[in-house]
Design a protein around this ligand. Structure first.
Ligand code: GTP
Ligand code: MG
Length: 424
């Protein structure tokens, strides 16, 4: 468990963006809380854009410094990703640790990564973030604004050390890149094995804490960890679910998205996110009890587009319908997604309708086949009547010719009787 510390949050309010500065900082507060940190103060400055050198304007930096001192805070966290220059100047002037939203999210991911795959991905994301910020502080720092230029400039002793450190990290990143490539290949193999069974896959996607893992538990009888904390799930979990009419399909639960999701993280989590890319359909789980559900859903759509999964068929699942706030937001939600399923992963409400919708949206799992079954094997004909819909049946010289619509999986079991030329 990470140690508890007091933090102050700060942001620039430029007046644009999907979220208001206040809403965004409230979310930053829950991210800090997820790390076990207590937010003791916040500071928001209205400006057309962040200051290039110090993010906040000069007077506000001073105000923030006083706030940190008077509240006894141990760190200040910026709600945006700071440039290396901004981070440097702020640390100097505030005389305090300065973190940003990206770092905080990376720290949470690092805390939560359990599998080797998750750990490799997080480490990669951290190095990608750190590499351009590696300054060794001091002399080189003053030139960090022109980092690229500094590479070719006269080398001081500090720089040489810095460059050694950078190449050490680059070598480590090369190792990680190879690891990630292997992860990706392994996942592809597993997917292939799954696809060989001819079953479709639906992937749960959504904002962090929307209830994806809870829904997987409800639909698959699984026991995936559920927590009222952000990013409870990092590793994809795959389970089977039974759809109405006996069809089976895979359900994938995976990492949640968030506003200002760091690009380094998305890039590093490619192998994990590929599970979303390869799904036949997506189930977008929305926390309908959250006042910002429309904004959160828009963020999710944006990330899906970014990872190349923007044009998959999507079922909207408006979750947490059992909560009072959900009832008051439902009209707006229904207006936005008229075909959405209203559900509660907690009580199970609406979940059987959702399963129907999934089975209707998944690519057809039924196939039409024609079989020739010898008269000596009457039990096969009976089985076909029982498990499929018989479309046509005629009596040939020594066999029954029977045309049946049935589930792909069932069809595999009687493949031997199939009339090859007549595959539909
Ligand atoms: N009241 C209520 N709470 C729910 C419902 N579904 C999920 N929750 C709660 O919401 C919190 C988050 O649920 P998770 O299933 O972990 O959410 P998630 O989308 O998997 O979250 P991440 O893995 O962090 O992205 C937990 O405290 C759940 O108990 C629901 O239908 N009703
Ligand atoms: Mg989860």
């Amino acid at each position: 468990m990470p140690e508890s510390k007091k933090v102050v949050l700060f942001a620039v309010d430029t007046g644009d963006g999907r979220y208001t500065a206040e809403d965004s900082i409230t979310e930053l507060k829950s991210l800090a809380w997820t790390m076990g940190w207590e937010t003791v103060g916040t500071l928001i400055q209205k400006r057309p854009s962040p200051a290039l050198q110090t993010y906040l304007g000069e007077g506000k930096v001073e105000e923030l410094r006083e706030l940190i001192t008077s509240l006894g805070a141990e760190a200040a966290i910026c709600d945006d990703e700071l440039t290396p220059v901004q981070a440097y100047h702020l640390e100097e002037q505030l005389q305090s640790d300065v973190l940003d939203r990206t770092q905080l999210i990376l720290d949470i991911f690092a805390e939560r990564a359990r599998s080797k795959e998750g750990k490799v991905q997080v480490e990669m994301a951290r190095w990608r973030y750190l590499l351009p910020r590696l300054t060794g502080k001091g002399v080189e720092m003053s030139r960090i604004g022109g980092m690229a230029a500094a590479e070719g400039a006269t080398r001081g002793p500090g720089e040489t050390k810095l460059e050694r450190e950078r190449s050490r990290i680059r070598r480590r990143m090369a190792v990680l890149r190879r690891e990630l490539h292997k992860v990706s290949e392994r996942r592809a193999l597993h997917r292939e094995a799954r696809n060989a069974g001819d079953m479709c896959t639906a992937a749960l996607v959504g904002y962090t804490n929307a209830g994806k893992s809870s829904l997987m538990n409800r639909l698959c009888g699984a026991e995936v960890a559920v927590e009222d904390k952000l990013f409870a799930t990092l590793d994809p979990t795959i389970r089977m679910m039974t759809l109405p009419q006996g069809d089976m399909a895979y359900l994938v639960d995976t990492v949640g998205f968030i506003n200002k999701l760091p690009h380094d993280l998305v890039a590093a989590f490619r192998a994990t996110l590929e599970e979303v890319n390869h799904a036949d359909i997506l189930i977008h789980v929305v926390d309908a009890s959250h006042p910002l559900m429309l904004e959160q859903a828009a963020t999710v759509d944006q990330v899906l587009a970014e990872i190349g999964a923007g044009d998959k068929p999507v079922i909207m699942a408006l979750n947490k319908a059992d909560l009072i706030p959900a009832k008051s937001y439902m009209d707006a939600a229904k207006a936005r997604w008229p075909k959405a399923c209203i559900i509660s992963a907690l009580t199970g409400e609406g979940c059987s309708d959702l399963l129907w919708m999934i089975s209707e949206t998944l690519p057809r799992q039924h196939v039409v086949r024609t079989y020739l079954v010898p008269y000596t094997e009457g039990q096969v004909v009976a089985w076909l009547h029982q498990n499929g819909r018989v479309l046509d049946e005629s009596y040939e010289a020594d066999a029954v010719k029977i045309r049946v619509e049935l589930n792909r999986r069932m069809a595999l079991m009687v493949e031997g009787y199939e009339m090859a030329a007549e595959r539909v």
